[in-house]
Write a protein that binds this ligand. Structure first.
Ligand code: URP
Ligand code: ZN
Ligand code: ZN
Length: 467
């Protein structure tokens, strides 16, 4: 067999197996994984990428990003150009964004809007979850969207201000529908009534002057998330619909998911995000503490510990980023009032480095568990498991080559993201991608982006939550 590219001499890490092998690629696809491929190909002009001393892993799959999202009175400032360049540099080769209908729009209109954002810009493959923001209208449109390759839907328990909020009846109904459509419902779980009450109680000049951005943490205690997760799990148990809790940030949430699994519920999934594993709410007391405001807010060190354990035990099955980048200038819109901070963090470029450095290097995850949580499980759960998330014959040649020890200091000015700051600024992280391939094409070489806008393709999916 003649290959176009061979990745030689690396350690190939899949979620279930680690082997010393070469990876032979023909066109966009992995054609063979075996020892000695490079030796045999020596004279026939094949491109050989030497991975000696490196891990060769399936490209990361970030199933939770918001690129160019109108939100909190502004628009998130990583779009499909900078966002997917950042993804590539971080070793992420597929992203799933959220198509959110504006008032009065159909689900199809939302998808069309998001397709237009990605078209000609995306450097890695992409697709969308579709948000149900007007239940009476959108309930009748879900079946059509599944037929068109969009089996994952999203509801928010909060964000009345944005016009996105779903009530319990809508969530219950949506779970029934995804059950019947072979799809899955993603939920942003926070208890809106209690959250609004806490915000109102603290929204006064005195406290804002004294506590500033710390009020973001004070008004979002753990029970705001935990109660909401419990409620969503209850509806999933009652309906049998597949439920995926996004950006879970608390120890209590993790315990609720664990208890659900112990009761035998195999239709309940939870992801956490890199920021909840390594950042804590003491940051809100820093002079630029408002930069760290995201939703849900970052919690305590004890929550981090429980989330890492949840990952290692498969209670939590995915690490994503919830990338929703706002620049310093955008964050400055708060002017001392925490309810006006654009909520969200940059993250695509640092997902793999954070989980590798703080998970694998610190002994909290094995290398295979790392690959499972950032690539294999997200692919499988989101309906991409037949072509993404593994280094395997017939799969897309989406590959990241990581040096186990090479550390790079996080410096926003040297990154692909449009963010002019990073929660991890100054951190020295291993796990950046030395070489990234997207469907066989090298898009990062020697840690530098060398891909092309428009290379990324939309990913059709048939079902979700089937594991
Ligand atoms: O802070 C965040 N997460 N912004 C994006 C919106 C969301 O809830 O995911
Ligand atoms: Zn959310
Ligand atoms: Zn989000």
């Amino acid at each position: 067999m003649r290959f176009d590219t061979i990745i030689a001499n690396g350690t190939v890490v899949n979620a279930n197996k680690t082997t010393k092998a070469d990876v032979g690629i023909i066109g966009e696809t992995i054609a063979q994984v075996d020892k000695g491929l490079a030796k045999k190909a020596a004279a026939d002009g094949t491109r050989i990428i030497d991975a000696t001393g490196c891990y060769v892993i399936p490209g990361g799959i970030d199933v939770h990003v918001h690129l160019a999202l109108p939100f909190c009175g502004t628009t998130s400032s990583d779009d499909y150009n900078t966002g997917t360049r950042a993804a590539a540099r971080g070793g992420v080769t597929s992203v799933i964004d959220f198509a959110i209908p504006y008032a009065g729009e159909s689900l199809q209109q939302a998808v069309d809007n998001w397709m237009a954002k990605a078209d000609g810009k995306a450097c890695v493959d992409y697709t969308f979850h579709v948000a149900l923001t007007d239940w009476k209208r959108h309930r009748g449109e879900m079946a059509d969207l599944v037929k068109k390759g969009f089996p994952t839907f999203k509801q928010f328990m909060i964000y009345a201000r944005e016009g996105w909020q779903a009530d319990d009846a809508a969530i219950f109904g949506a779970l029934e529908q995804v059950r019947d459509l072979n799809g899955m419902l993603l939920i942003h779980a926070e208890s809106s009534r209690v959250l609004d009450e806490l915000i109102e109680r603290h929204h006064n000049e005195d406290e804002m002057r004294k506590l500033g951005a710390q009020l973001h943490g004070i008004t979002r205690p753990n029970f705001v998330e935990a109660e909401a997760i419990q409620r969503a799990v209850t509806w999933a148990e009652a309906t049998g619909g597949r439920l995926y809790i996004v950006h879970m940030s608390t120890a209590e949430g993790t315990d609720i998911i664990r208890a659900a699994h112990k009761r035998g519920l195999d239709n309940v999934f939870a992801e956490t995000c890199a920021q909840y594993l390594v950042l804590d709410d003491s940051l809100f007391a820093e002079p630029d503490g408002h930069l760290y405001a995201c939703c849900p807010q970052i919690k305590k060190k004890s929550d981090q510990k429980r989330l890492w354990k949840g990952l290692a035990s498969d209670t939590v099955c995915v690490v994503s980023t919830d990338t929703c980048t706002f620049t310093r200038e955008q964050k400055a819109m708060w002017q001392g009032d925490w309810t006006k901070i654009p909520m969200g963090l940059p993250g695509l470029e640092t997902l793999l480095p954070i989980v590798y450095t703080h998970g694998v290097q610190k002994g909290k995850l094995t290398m295979q568990e790392f690959v499972d949580k950032v690539s294999h499980s997200p692919a499988k759960i989101m309906g991409l498991g037949d072509r993404k998330g593994a280094i395997k014959k017939g799969y897309d040649a989406d590959i990241a080559i990581l040096h186990p020890k090479h550390r790079i200091e996080v410096k926003p000015s040297e990154m692909e993201t449009n963010a002019d700051w990073s929660p991890y600024e100054g951190w020295k992280l291993a796990g950046f991608s030395r070489t990234t391939l997207s469907r066989g094409r090298v898009i990062v070489d020697d840690y530098k982006f060398c891909g092309q806008n428009g290379w990324g393709k939309w990913l059709r999916r048939e079902s979700a939550g089937v594991v």
